[in-house]
Design a protein around this ligand. Structure first.
Ligand code: HEC
Length: 146
């Protein structure tokens, strides 16, 4: 620290105030670059965790959980199957539904409007009500993880 300040004082006389302060801050931060990088990495992790608050395991549990609606037991897996990488089949229309997993179907979750539309429709049908933000976040985390 003492050396840095000494050379900084000398530099300041030689090169002027502006150049010296640039050099000073560079010299000071160089030894703690790892700290800065660790800090940035954890800040990034925190930021992305915040953007995606869902829990994949909670989403997975809810995906197969049966809800009693209109005298039937219904679950997301009824139409999409419990394996997100597999094609599903609509329980009513018997039409094939492409796999949900983005790893095999990259178009999945790429259109927020489509996701919102189907959340609304499918939650109403499966749960008898709309999903809340926490539930949607958990479903999204689960689907994204596959
Ligand atoms: C009765 C059948 C059925 C059930 C049950 C069902 N879905 Fe769907 N789901 C569909 C159909 C049909 C589509 C639209 C066709 C497609 O995207 O392949 C769809 C599309 C979606 C999409 C859009 C994905 C995208 O980006 O393309 C999401 C998200 C979704 N469903 C989530 C759920 C969740 C969560 C549940 C349970 C709460 C659920 N679905 C239950 C039939 C169903």
């Amino acid at each position: 620290m003492f050396e840095i300040q000494t050379s900084n004082a000398k530099t300041q006389r030689r090169e002027g105030r502006k150049a010296a302060s640039a050099r000073f801050s560079f010299t000071t931060f160089a030894p703690s670059r790892l700290c800065v990088e660790l800090f940035l990495a954890s800040a990034l992790a925190a930021a992305s965790a915040q953007a995606e608050p869902g829990s994949a395991s909670a989403g997975e549990a809810m995906w197969t959980r049966p809800f009693s609606v209109d005298g039937e037991n219904r679950s997301c897996a009824d139409c999409h199957t419990a394996d997100l990488t597999a094609a599903g089949r609509h329980v009513r229309t018997r039409k094939t539904i492409e796999p949900m997993a983005p790893s095999v179907n990259p178009q999945r979750l790429s259109d927020p409007k489509k996701v919102e539309k189907w959340f609304k429709r499918n939650c109403r049908w499966t749960l008898g009500r709309e999903c809340n933000d926490q539930e949607k976040g958990d479903f999204l985390a689960y689907i994204r993880s596959r």
